[in-house]
Design a protein around this ligand. Structure first.
Ligand code: GDP
Ligand code: MG
Length: 597
């Protein structure tokens, strides 16, 4: 296709503002998919994505559009992941296109993810077309939102397109705006091949499918290619485009977006942001800014039923084949047995993987407290990464500890601002900025990531009745007074409950943990001390008093069946217990204790 007839774009929006619905309408109105094959949310393919309305991997679709100028254009839409956890992938796929549609719900206005996503589009030098969606709703205020876009984001919005992705109103205007207002890609057909690896996924029939954007040169079926960062070389088996079903194509030239397969064994061999060139005739320099995705949140995953450990291993290995950003290694815990220490891009990523293991592989899991990656500096000047509080070196050897910090942007209606500021303060936040736009406030905070991974988002939703929106980016590491807190039950440390905390918050956390465990652990025949400690020093303590537990005592007389039933029930209950020294701790206790605030 000629460069002047190509438009590449992405859609940026806050969640629920209508990105997927608009994509569906664009596909439908251009006849890209036959009416009878039309189903909702065409681009959100994975079940979990559909259910939660989030996109995890980049998806693309090629749309052919006969414009009003009489020419037919090829429009390539890349649907980028819409969540902060996948920020790096978002920024890469943004660089594969020249423009963005900025979709804002005209009844809601600009939200935190609107800002985060549009800033990435601006950073990628995109031309931006604002689109006001949901104008069919009585609560829609397109004029107010237009002004808000200009004030808060600082881009021109007087010619924003007003649409209803639901009814189809205004969709032809969006198509025309894409052709007229977004720039055509640039590229040199005669130069050596230079293509960006936008994303990849594993397909059971085709193996690894790689989504690419050609910058210069031409790629053809049968070509030998090289991944410049990972060094791998492959022969192309199949080249094609998504419409959105796969369709083979003989070649892809500059400006075009499509896919290739090349007998690549695992997704791990393909790195988002890598540069693809020809094995023999290579391009001079790879694309700038490549960095492999780094897990930032770690936690232990253990099977509730220890006999399922091998099944868990299989599940994790399979999932990892399709997700290069997910890491794992075996871990043993005295409390929980055999499991895996896994690394994730963020909490949502963690949840998605955990859900898939439970649902697709039918393995019930215990998840230990999520922990961020600390930088431990020892007295000899060396730095090591700490992924698991259990691996904390002897405090006597430590010079100082650094923790990851984030820059969080929170948008909230004025009336809830006080509660939001208090929440951020409680979580050791430092206010960076506070501004107002209409009846909404925008608070920008510097926060420790470890205070956010627990339950910050849930708390924020609850104190603002769901009206706050939140987004963050990692900013770097900073030193603070961090300690490892241990929990001892009957004088034995329970490794799964160890956590890193700020020194000033240790007592509160420790006390809450002990109180909670006191309620969760059933009484035994003896007294059980429950303690929280830093090093050898106890900072909180509760005592679970002894009780003689004889459940059958209540059923006097000869009702033998009833007695047996009760005993059976007790036995079944035992299976969900973990023997810990002399103490039995129910599974549920770990889960509940780790969900503390
Ligand atoms: P996404 O999270 O940005 O992909 O948003 P979706 O496309 O999934 O839309 C979120 C919700 O808004 C869905 O329930 C849609 O049916 C609804 N929606 C999308 N566009 C419109 C619209 O123009 N008008 C109305 N009334 N609802 C819409
Ligand atoms: Mg969506």
């Amino acid at each position: 296709t000629e460069l002047s007839k190509i438009r590449n774009f992405s859609i940026v929006a806050h969640i629920d503002h209508g990105k997927s619905t608009l994509a569906d309408r664009l596909i439908q109105m251009t006849g890209t998919v036959a009416e009878r094959d039309m189903q909702e949310q065409l681009l959100d393919s994975m079940d979990i994505e559909r259910e939660r309305g989030i996109t995890i991997k980049a998806n693309t679709v090629r749309i052919e559009y006969p414009a009003q100028d009489g020419q037919t254009y090829v429009l390539n839409l890349i649907d980028t992941p819409g969540h902060v956890d996948f920020g790096y992938e978002v920024s890469r796929s943004m660089r594969a296109v020249e423009g963005s549609l900025l979709v804002v719900d005209a009844s809601q206005g600009v939200e935190a993810q609107t800002l985060a996503n549009v800033y990435q589009a601006i950073e990628a030098d995109h031309e931006i077309v604002p689109v006001l969606n949901k104008v069919d709703l009585p609560a829609a205020e397109p004029d107010r939102v237009r002004e808000q876009i200009e004030d808060v984001i600082g881009i021109e919005a007087h010619d924003a397109v007003e649409i209803s992705a639901k009814t189809g109103l205004g969709i032809p205007d969006v198509l025309e705006a894409i052709v007229q207002r977004l720039p055509a890609p640039k590229g040199d057909r005669d130069a050596p091949l230079k293509a960006m690896l936008v994303d990849s996924y594993y397909d059971a029939y085709l193996g690894v499918v790689v989504i690419i954007r050609v910058i210069d040169g031409v790629i053809r079926k049968g070509d030998r290619i090289r991944m410049m960062r990972t060094g791998g070389t492959y022969g192309i088996d199949r080249l094609g485009v998504f419409k959105p079903a796969m369709q083979n194509i003989a070649e892809l030239g500059p400006g075009e977006i499509g896919f290739l397969t090349a007998s690549i064994k695992q997704v791990r061999d393909t790195r988002v942001g890598d540069t693809i060139t020809h094995e023999k005739k290579q391009c001079a320099t790879p694309l700038p800014g490549f960095k492999p995705a780094q897990p930032v949140v770690f936690c232990g995953l253990f099977p509730v039923d220890s006999s399922e450990f091998e099944d868990l291993r299989t599940a994790i290995e399979k999932l990892a084949l399709n997700d290069a950003s997910f890491s794992y290694e075996m871990e043993t815990s005295a409390a929980l047995g055999f499991g895996f220490r896994c690394g994730f891009l963020g909490l949502l990523h963690l949840e998605v993987i955990r859900d898939r293991i439970e649902r697709e592989y039918d393995i019930e899991l215990i998840t230990t407290a999520p922990s961020v990656v600390y930088h431990i500096y020892t007295r000899d000047g060396a730095m090591s990464e700490l992924h698991n509080p259990a691996d904390m070196p002897d405090p006597a050897t430590i010079d100082h500890i650094e923790e990851p910090r984030i820059k969080a942007t929170i948008l909230v209606p004025d009336e809830y601002l006080g509660d939001v500021l208090k929440l951020c303060q409680d979580r050791r936040g430092i206010q960076l900025d506070l501004t107002y736009a209409g009846s909404r406030a925008m608070a920008v905070y510097d926060l420790p990531l470890n205070e956010v991974v627990f339950d910050f988002y849930d708390r924020l939703k609850s104190v603002t009745k769901g009206y706050a929106s939140f987004d963050y980016q990692l900013e770097g590491y900073r030193q603070d007074t961090l300690v490892k807190m241990q929990v001892l039950v009957n004088d034995e440390p329970v490794d799964a409950l160890s956590m890193m905390v700020h020194r000033d918050r240790a007592e509160t956390r420790g006390r809450a943990m002990c109180e909670k465990l006191k309620e969760l652990i059933p009484r035994h025949m003896f007294k059980i001390p429950i303690q929280a400690a830093i090093g050898g020093r106890v900072i909180a303590r509760e005592t679970l008093s002894a009780m003689r537990k004889d459940v059958t005592a209540k059923c006097y007389g000869g009702d033998a069946t009833r007695k047996r039933k009760l005993l059976d029930k007790q036995k079944a209950g035992k299976k969900k217990m973990r023997q810990f020294g002399k103490v039995e701790i129910p599974q549920q206790a770990f889960i509940s204790a780790l969900k503390m605030d």
